[in-house]
Write a protein that binds this ligand. Structure first.
Ligand SMILES: C[S@@+](CC[C@H](N)C(=O)[O-])C[C@H]1O[C@@H](n2cnc3c(N)ncnc32)[C@H](O)[C@@H]1O
Length: 251
């Protein structure tokens, strides 16, 4: 089990889930700017790589659940890159979704992407509803990771792929040292100034550090009954893509 890291530790009576929702509601108007600014646009390349994998390793999924969609970037990119699937884009934070709803409408994609509020750990869908599940920078925020993974498994059709993009901790010199300094000392200060949220960009490095990454995360996917497990480190290990499949023949 990873250590539980919450955004606003001082308000201890509030659950991690409530704090995460509140934090993302608060930074939603600045989220897209900060995301691309801090990653220098690399986050866009990482999402594109996930979508290329999805295209290569699945028969065309008819329906995809993009969990923790935030402002909808993953779902929008998937449609833009030619996946013909219907996207259900879900998030805990209505503030993030409101930004996403405007973006989706501005791009004329409302018939392809449905954004709805919901919790990854308690999905309002029947078993075997989706042909793929994607989540970018979301699993780290789940309050109960194993429950989130078990819900992920439940709503997938047999043979379907799950694609999980998450930050990880680079291991080798000099990326480890450079990124460590940037992540722990530069981002929290700039993030606080720009987002006006005192905790958001302190929570980010702390939650990444506490997250069970690499082989440990694959073990959690295995416990949730996924098979064909793979971890693909990106950009020196700053992020990783995790892949798993629900057993059974893909329809
Ligand atoms: C760092 S943002 C990632 C947004 C988007 N996927 C992206 O790639 O930019 C993490 C998102 O996870 C959402 N989240 C956290 N816990 C969640 C949960 N249990 N269920 C659904 N969404 C959740 C947050 O509200 C937030 O919008």
């Amino acid at each position: 089990m990873g250590r539980k890291v919450t955004p606003y530790t001082a308000v201890s009576e509030e659950t991690k889930k409530k704090q995460v929702e509140r934090m993302f509601d608060s930074i939603a108007p600045k989220y897209d700017f900060l995301n691309h600014f801090f990653s220098m646009g690399i986050d866009v390349l990482w999402r594109k790589k996930c979508i290329r994998i999805l295209k290569r390793e699945t028969r065309t999924p008819r329906t995809i659940l993009d969990m923790a969609t935030g402002t909808g970037d993953f779902a929008i990119e998937a449609v833009r890159m030619g996946l013909p699937s219907q996207m259900t884009a879900m998030d805990l934070s209505q503030g993030m979704l409101d930004v996403g709803i405007k973006k989706v409408a501005a791009k004329g994609l409302t018939d392809r992407i449905t954004l709805i509020q919901g919790d990854s750990e308690n999905l309002p869908f029947k078993d075997e509803t989706f042909d793929a599940y994607t989540v970018a920078f979301g699993v780290r925020n789940f309050e109960d990771l194993d429950r989130g993974l078990s819900e992920m498994y439940r709503v997938l059709t047999p043979g379907s792929l799950t694609v999980i993009l998450e930050f990880s901790n680079p291991k080798s010199f000099p990326i480890k040292q450079l990124f460590g300094f940037y992540f722990k000392h530069v981002m929290p200060v700039l993030g606080r100034l720009i987002s006006k949220d005192p905790a958001a960009y302190t929570y980010l490095p702390e939650s990444v550090k506490a997250f069970p990454e690499g082989a440990e995360f694959l073990e959690r996917l295995k416990t949730a009954r996924f098979i064909d497990l793979r971890a693909i480190p990106l950009t020196g290990g700053i992020a990783s893509i995790y892949l798993g499949r629900k057993p059974g023949a893909e329809k």
